[in-house]
Design a protein around this ligand. Structure first.
Ligand code: ADP
Length: 633
């Protein structure tokens, strides 16, 4: 068995690999860029090596530096994780040439599956069904358009070197073909340096079904059943599960056997995934499932497979890389229950899912389910990399219980002040199609706004939060609406007064593309007060922040020393006193305008203005000392 391992990755997958390596008593070496100098994977590893500046091109993608780091630290092997260099055959070869162990398939297997057309040719030879279409050398527009015609519209033009959902164009009508081809070729040339394309039949009601395979260096290959990753946004996976809803035994057997044939066709060693596309217009049927591509690495969504099989896939990778045979034979593997994974991202659904990087001041994830993360509270989501915060993975005996657990977890977690997609994930899990297992890759696009989380917290939830914090937030109900707005003080948040009478907290009626299925249990309101006195309330996955810090100098903290601090960032609009002036309790000292509201800051006790450190018009940051009052003798 290996004694030491360098992980050529960052974030949650680096932490995930470190966890298993540690359990196997393998020494771990992390690598990191400038931005990651204090990242969780660096803190968790036994050793860490700096490999360059923040941009991945200058650090995590520089193979030579990573190999040098392994040499320097005496690491025996390199695990690439996913993304970055994981499917780079030249890097895999360089690792091997440097006398190190590559935790992954042979470089030739990576190459064989690297180009979509060559991979499909091999699969056809191995008897694996592939999507109907054209894979030829002749790339002339005339030939390609004739082949599109012969395949039958709609078709998908795909860059042979494509990946990550890039370099694909759906074409519905012959007259649109030429333009779509030209734009696909341009994108392919600029993104992959290769403008060749292939044509595929565009599958209507497509479902993304993939099979986890595993090979060892002794010629054994097993499968670990299928995953369903059909819930996608712009060809990116959002929620994944295992097994696939609606999969019968015969169909499962057929596609898993095809996946094993595919892996054997390229002498596959290690963890890999065979991705299939299914035409689900009439349920899942073996003769309507086709090979799409092979990912020659560990997948982001591998935990759902681990949950239903009880196998630690990283452990298997490390054993296989050490030369051991697969720990289990096919007939020792079985499906136990159901697992669903949601990818929690720092991104803002209200702004077209734009990344929302920054410091995570508050982070509480529900650890009653499996959480894979690369950050802790007070860490940052870096703008340089994928803005994933965590993967939340629920496992249960049945799909519906796993789904409900995951929704519950989203509803019991807080992330602030970053915007996240948690509310969107919640709505996806709650929508009736997902609840019924009727998901195809177009669901999110068709649903559109219906899956976007509410912009406003319901009055009922707000009232409940106010009730919970009654001692701090006295007689909320008695306040007029303006005062409620003022206290809500939420960034960009408005009270949803109209909903006041219609939302029943315990009914928590659903919205969106269908009714709520199963999620009708009153979970209570997840709310917490931070040390700064903000109240965080999570509802349907969305964390709302209320600033209820005292707006007068009469705050408990101020009474002792008489220092009046800015309770929030804002602008000083008036200074009512002068240094040395005698003031009485409650007398207004300065006025701060913040969030379009004026806050009068008053003297906490009778005394003298000992310090005055602001003038009208000054912009002040939160916590800045403005005035200090000293007790009069
Ligand atoms: P990439 O390598 O860029 O990820 P894939 O070939 O894996 O591209 O396809 C990505 C996604 O595009 C699939 O998960 C599926 O949603 C969609 N897709 C791919 N091929 C087809 C097809 N023939 N018909 C319909 N949708 C497809």
């Amino acid at each position: 068995m290996l004694k030491s391992l360098l992980i050529a990755n960052r974030g949650e997958i680096a932490c995930r690999i470190i966890r298993t390596a540690r359990a196997m008593k393998i020494r771990t070496v992390a690598v990191y860029s400038d931005a990651d100098s204090n990242a969780l994977h660096v803190r968790q590893a036994d050793e860490a090596v700096h490999i360059g500046p923040s941009p991945a091109r200058e650090s995590y993608l520089v193979g030579d530096r990573i190999i040098a780091a392994a040499k320097e630290t005496g690491a025996e092997a390199i695990h690439p994780g996913y993304g970055f260099l994981s499917e780079n055959a030249d890097f895999a070869q360089a690792v091997i040439d440097a006398g190190l162990i590559w935790v992954g398939p042979r470089p030739d297997s990576i190459r064989a599956m690297g180009l979509k057309d060559a991979a499909k040719q091999r699969m056809i030879a191995a008897g694996v069904p592939v999507t109907p279409g054209y894979l030829g050398e002749d790339q002339s527009p005339e030939r390609l358009s004739r082949e599109a015609e012969a395949t039958g519209y709609p078709v998908l033009i795909k860059a042979v070197a494509g990946g990550g959902g890039k370099g694909m164009r759906r074409v519905d009508r012959a007259e649109d073909f030429a333009d779509a081809l030209a734009s696909c070729q341009r994108e392919a040339a600029s993104s992959f340096g290769d403008d060749r394309v292939l044509i595929e039949k565009y599958i209507l009601s497509p479902r993304h079904i993939e099979v986890q395979v595993f090979g060892d260096a002794h010629g054994n290959v097993v499968h670990l059943f299928e995953r369903d990753c059909s819930l996608q946004r712009r060809h990116q996976k959002v929620i994944e599960e295992a097994p696939a809803p609606g999969m019968d035994e015969a169909t499962r057997e057929a596609i898993c056997a095809a996946a094993v044939r595919a892996a054997k066709a390229v002498d596959y060693v290690g963890a890999g995934t065979i991705e299939f596309i299914a035409d689900a217009s009439d349920g899942l049927r073996a003769d309507r499932i086709w090979f799409m591509e092979m990912n020659t690495r560990l997948q982001v969504e591998h935990p759902v497979t681990e949950e239903i099989t009880g196998v630690d896939l990283v452990e298997w990778q490390l054993r296989v890389a050490s030369g051991e045979p697969l720990p289990k034979a096919q007939d020792e593997l079985a499906i136990n229950g159901w697992a669903i994974e949601a990818r929690l991202y720092a991104e803002d659904p209200a702004k077209g899912f734009l990344p929302s990087p920054g410091r995570i001041d508050h982070l509480a994830l529900d650890h009653r389910i499996r959480v894979e993360t690369g950050v802790e509270e007070a860490d940052a989501v870096s703008p340089f990399y994928d803005p994933m915060i965590a993967k939340l993975v629920a496992h249960a005996d049945t799909r519906d219980v796993a789904r409900t657990k995951l929704m519950h977890a989203l509803d019991q977690s807080y992330v602030a002040p970053l915007r996240t997609n948690a509310g969107f994930l919640f709505e996806c899990l709650d929508c009736s199609e997902f609840a019924l297992g009727q998901v195809d890759t177009g669901l999110i696009e068709r649903a559109g706004e219906a899956l976007l989380p509410a912009a406003e917290l319901s009055q009922a939830v707000l009232d409940a939060a106010a009730r919970r914090y009654r001692r701090d937030w006295l007689d909320w109900a008695g306040l007029d609406l303006n005062e409620q707005h003022r206290r809500a003080g939420l960034f960009g948040f408005r009270l949803n007064a109209a909903a006041k009478d219609t939302i029943d907290l315990h009914g928590r009626g659903g919205k969106g593309v269908g009714s709520t299925m199963g999620f009708d249990k009153p979970f209570g309101i997840a709310s917490t007060m931070t040390s700064e006195g903000e109240i965080l309330v999570t509802d349907r996955g969305v964390t709302y922040t209320f600033d209820q810090r005292p707006t007068t100098g009469g705050a408990a903290g101020a009474i002792g020393d008489g220092a009046i601090l800015a309770p929030m960032p804002g602008r000083i609009t008036a200074v009512e006193v002068a240094a040395g002036e005698r003031v009485a309790t409650g007398q207004k000292l300065v006025t701060l305008e913040a969030m379009k509201m004026e806050h009068g800051l008053t003297a906490p006790f009778d005394g003298i203005v000992a310090e005055l450190d602001v003038e009208p018009g000054a912009q002040v940051s939160e916590g800045r000392m403005l005035v200090r009052v000293e007790k009069a003798e």
